[in-house]
Design a protein around this ligand. Sequence first.
Ligand code: ADP
Ligand code: MG
Length: 240
Amino acid sequence: MIKIDGLKKNYGKLEVLKGISTEIAQGEVLAIIGPSGSGKSTFLRCINMLETPTDGRISFKDQVITDKKTNIMKVRENVGMVFQHFHLFPHKTVLENLTYAPMKVKKLSKGEAVRQARELLTKVGLAEKESSYPNRLSGGQKQRVAIARALAMNPEVMLFDEPTSALDPEMVKEVLEVMKSLAHTGMTMLIVTHEMGFAKEVADRVLFLDEGLLVEESAPNEFFSNPKSQRAKDFLEKVL
Ligand code: ADP
Ligand code: MG
């Protein structure tokens, strides 16, 4: 579904991604892990072209999205993104947060958008919050709204950038549960996370990034029990 070939990203002289290649199949769940500053967020942001790669090629279902001629807004409609800090619209209710883009971008009727939004809010356990404003919600609730909002665009891929890192510990689980059930629906997911237990349990594959390089990619069991590289060993020693 996604093919990444020699992806590089520089910020001025700083080489943040130094040539990353991998392929992601439909329905695959990837955990992207690595030290702070290794390029994980940049990698995700290149996949939906929030950052323009310096070099390399990314294709999404046979469409080369790094090609200047590609309508990137169209591609982005198929890619949902969830950030560490939620990014909800503060002046819209929960329901309006979910209906806004589908009505504006996908031209859904209000009735259809509301029906779909309520269905998604039920799925993330927040049906009773539809009239609340984001500042009335806990962090865990906000993040579940953010996930539902991304899903309201009916994306084919979901990107998560440390979705639980800003949450109080007691709220991490409710968000991971929502992500886990999403994984079970067959959604293609790329998840930057420090939740090693979650990565082990839910991911099909772990990508370990260090200093802008994809140092290791393997099945979670293999990665966590028998990391091949010294860098991965050192990293796991610190976090486990
Ligand atoms: P991670 O998500 O793994 O912590 P990032 O992708 O956020 O890593 O950042 C990788 C490196 O790129 C860091 O050194 C960071 O300071 C740098 N960086 C990230 N975004 C920018 C930017 N917009 N301009 C300049 N440097 C950046
Ligand atoms: Mg990051």
